[in-house]
Design a protein around this ligand. Structure first.
Ligand code: PLP
Length: 387
């Protein structure tokens, strides 16, 4: 392994900008700086690239370009979808979501409660699978929108979005999915699905930070979240982040080319990492549902030690992983996802999320497998809970 090389197994937190993406963006940060809304040809040329990016993203999602609105991030897309539904259905004041959502949705739920809305959270079982019986009890004729993530950022668990959309529609509610972790990792064809809104974020699929998109199914009424100019057909005001939008378009094109890789090579690396850890290190457990997960994510609890200490020692070998989601790092509270799953205290504290990408190699997996067991053994030696 090259000295100084970072082994980046934290791709659910953010991803490397693909070199092709960076190249595609460069002209829009230098000579092609026109405003896509300008009448002159210089602006029009830039607008054409924004539209090409929209087409590229649409073909990754199996959607129509007109169904996509560029935003600043996944969080904005989530808020835009949920507020739109609430504004369009003033007679319904309930939002149904889950206990394992990202804070982009959960914190919004808390804010909505402060504003007088009712928010119901669907519970999960020990593997993080949704309680569908509770879901069908919670979704009723007072529900304006059901928002359930497609893939969980901490465990990688996949959720039955079509079934949930069906439940929502049967009760006259709209359905939104936060697909920030799913887009580019699993194939999707939205034209054949019943999802009304879908959020995605550029920086999780090798585009830069600060760009995202919201899919709004044709025919679904949309009320803009950011109001001002006429950009994005009046659906999201503000001069477009052109370079990043072009980058997202390129990243979508690459994701389309490599989606098979996620299912084969990335999955094989993840499986080797996980299976070897399970076979060689005592008192470990996989968090989540191994039968129904993203191919790149493995969340493993090393019982009786602290995840933060493991991360610090791995960091000495330039190995990057995460304990819980990046947004909860820094707090010693076990992650809300693992708590919702009822993960025992001794296991929740020692949970590490490894999340791979197509830029990782088997050599890196082997390097982690060489360094990890002595790190765990060393921490257990000094742990008061390990005997
Ligand atoms: N939703 C999920 C599932 C995520 O994992 C993240 C980021 O970690 C977000 C939303 C927020 O996305 P962004 O950072 O683009 O706002």
């Amino acid at each position: 392994m090259d000295e100084g090389k970072v082994i980046y197994f934290d791709n659910n937190a953010t991803t490397m900008v693909a070199p092709e993406v960076f190249e595609a963006m460069k002209p829009f940060l230098t000579n092609l700086y026109g405003n896509p809304s300008s009448i002159h040809r210089f602006g029009g040329q830039v607008a054409a690239h924004v539209e090409a990016a929209r087409e590229s993203l649409a073909s990754l999602l199996g959607a129509a370009p007109t169904e996509l609105i560029f935003t600043s991030c996944g969080t904005e897309s989530d808020s835009a979808a949920i507020f739109s539904a609430l504004l369009n259905c003033p007679k319904r004041n309930k939002v149904v979501t889950t206990k394992v959502e990202h804070p982009a949705v959960l914190s919004l739920g808390k804010e909505l409660e402060r504003r007088g809305y009712r928010v119901s959270l669907i519970p999960v079982d020990g593997k993080g699978r949704l309680d569908m019986e509770r879901a069908s009890e919670m979704i009723d004729d007072e529900t304006a929108i059901v928002s359930v993530m497609w893939a969980n950022n901490e465990t990688g668990n996949l959720y039955p979005v079509s079934e949930l959309a069906e439940l929502a529609h049967r009760n006259g509610a709209l359905f939104h999915t936060d697909a920030v972790q799913a887009v580019g990792k699993i194939p999707m064809k939205l034209s054949e699905m019943n999802i009304d809104f879908l959020s995605l974020s550029g920086h999780k699929l090798h585009a830069p930070k600060g760009v995202g998109a919201l899919y709004v199914k044709r025919g679904v009424r949309f009320r803009p979240f950011i109001v001002g100019g006429h950009q994005e057909s009046g659906r999201r005001a503000g001069t477009e982040n052109v370079a990043s939008i072009v980058g997202l378009g390129k990243a979508a094109e690459l994701a389309r080319l490599h989606i098979g890789d996620e299912q084969t090579r990335v999955r094989a690396m993840r499986d080797k990492l996980e299976q070897t850890v399970l076979a060689t290190i005592p008192s470990v457990r996989v968090n989540g549902d191994p039968a129904n997960r993203l191919p790149n994510t493995s969340n493993i609890s090393f019982e009786y030690i602290e995840g933060e200490s493991i991360l610090m020692l791995l960091d000495m070998f330039q190995i990057c992983a995460s304990s819980g989601s990046a947004c909860t790092t820094g707090s010693l509270e076990p992650s809300h996802v693992l708590r919702a799953m009822g993960t025992p205290y001794t296991a929740a504290h020692g949970a590490i999320r490894f999340s791979l990408s197509r830029y990782n190699t088997m050599e890196e997996v082997d390097f982690v497998l060489e360094k990890l067991p002595p790190v765990i053994a060393r921490l257990r030696e000094i742990s008061p809970y390990w005997k």
